[in-house]
Design a protein around this ligand. Structure first.
Ligand code: GUN
Ligand code: ZN
Length: 441
């Protein structure tokens, strides 16, 4: 007899298998009104219509049935800063002043190991409460901050990508490293954490404004030395930021060219924001298959600008986009609320993103942008069983609205606009329930 633990989750299944911005609905969406996901040893071993696959259930498997819920792959946050939770909702500034006034002082606190663990544990709990099962996470320049987040995520076997912030110039000394120490520390942390359990390391130069040319060379060296690690940074979020980047790197054609000249524009790299981009820059993103993390709640809150989703999804040169909260520039951990603001931002630019496209971005889209789509982001045999259970009637208003929703797309759209953490009924990571809503609606 096998000692592998088997279980199953039953209910309405909704998931994506391809990008609905670029392909037809039928080619992208999978829906089962009464579906079953069979899980063994943290992985999906069967998925489909209950009546077809119930026979594949291992003997003794426990089935958890959610007859009134919608079951999806766990949400994936493509860009978030865990050390910034204490400054979420800080008043009145735009990017560069916001960094100096709020961000750098709060990040300086993470040399204190105890503080780092306290915030890291709060942060992982908050992800689970919001149905987010993976995230690409910026730490601070302190090594302790990286240990704290990987250790906290490991308690739930959560697949996270995280890395030490590399920043050696133009910020207070309390948060600065040096080009050499950032290389040494990042390398030691890669060797300690990358591929340990489900942990993945992501090399994290903050942005061109706080990295010297020598430090960007170090980031390049790390990417060349370690085939499997990812890279995350920021680009073209704010007009003053862009002007300053061009002052610091006057020989470069544009902001993208700064990173490109250090070989950092490549398929393992994801760039936060990318709001004010030229056609040439987007073409380079397409050619190199570098990815973009769209962070709408942050872009509204810090007043950065309106992301151009349509420009990303041009059929002749698509750019891969994931969705991020960017807490604490972003104002919510909820990927549902992030989809809501993504929709509104696209409306301001004259396009109406569908619910299917929104849920794609929050699941398989972000997975693809982070290079983890072969493990999570959809329901497929062999993938990790990271799952969110959504209650479409979580509040009186959602309930009233659900009563008159005629189609699944309409119901999902209402959830994307009006739902939040209250709609997260349960969250599963590697097949284990790690969060269950404690109240009944
Ligand atoms: N650009 C460089 N660092 C940051 C950060 O911490 N947050 C945001 N929103 N943009 C940045
Ligand atoms: Zn960011």
């Amino acid at each position: 007899m096998s000692d592998v633990q088997a279980s199953a989750i039953r209910g309405q299944l909704f998931y994506l298998i391809d990008d609905p911005f670029l392909n037809g609905y039928e080619d992208c969406v999978r829906y089962e009104s009464d579906g079953l996901i069979v899980i063994e040893d943290g992985k999906i071993t069967a998925v489909g219509e209950t009546r077809n696959i119930a026979s594949q259930l291992p003997e003794g498997a426990i089935i958890t049935h959610y007859p009134n819920s919608i079951i999806m792959p766990g949400f994936i946050d493509a860009h978030i800063h865990y050390p910034q939770v204490e400054i979420i909702g800080s008043y009145g500034t735009q990017l560069l002043e916001w960094l100096n006034k709020y961000t750098f002082p709060t990040e300086a606190k993470f040399k204190d190991e105890q503080h780092a663990y306290t915030i890291a544990e709060f942060f992982i709990d908050e992800l689970k409460r919001n149905g987010t099962t993976s995230a690409s996470i910026f730490c601070t320049s302190a090594r302790e901050s990286v240990d704290a987040i990987f250790q906290s995520a490991q308690q739930d076997d959560m697949l996270i990508l995280a890395g030490k912030m590399m920043m050696d110039s133009h910020a207070p000394t309390s948060v600065l490293d040096t080009a050499q120490s950032s290389y040494d520390d990042s390398k030691a942390l890669i060797e300690k954490w990358h591929d340990r359990g489900r942990a993945l390391y992501t090399v994290s130069p903050r942005f061109a404004l706080t990295s010297s040319p020598q430090q960007l060379e170090m980031a390049q060296a790390l990417m060349q030395e370690f085939d499997e690690v990812r890279l995350q940074t920021h680009i073209s979020e704010n007009k003053d930021e862009i002007a300053r980047a061009m002052e610091l790197y006057p020989d470069r054609k544009n902001y993208t060219d700064i990173y490109d000249s250090y070989g950092l524009l490549e398929e393992r790299a994801i760039y936060g924001h990318a709001i004010h981009m030229s056609e040439n820059e987007l073409r380079r993103f397409h050619e190199t298959d570098a990815k973009i993390a769209h962070c709408p709640t942050s872009n509204f809150f810090i007043g950065s600008g309106l992301f151009d989703m349509e420009a990303m999804k041009q059929e002749n040169r698509p750019v891969t986009v994931g969705l991020g909260t960017d807490v604490g520039g972003g104002t919510s951990f909820s990927m549902l609320q992030t989809m809501n603001e993504m929709y509104k931002m696209a409306q301001m630019r004259g396009i109406s993103v569908t619910a299917t496209q929104g849920f794609y971005l929050a699941t398989l889209g972000s997975a693809t942008a982070l290079g983890i789509e072969d493990r999570v982001g959809t329901f497929k045999v062999g993938h990790d069983a990271d799952i969110v259970v959504l209650d479409p009637r979580a509040t009186p208003l959602l309930n009233l609205r659900a009563n008159v929703a005629d189609t699944l797309e309409e119901l999902l759209f209402v959830m994307m606009i009006c739902a939040d953490d209250r709609a997260i009924e349960a969250t599963y990571i590697a097949g284990k329930e790690v969060y269950e809503r404690s109240y009944v609606t």
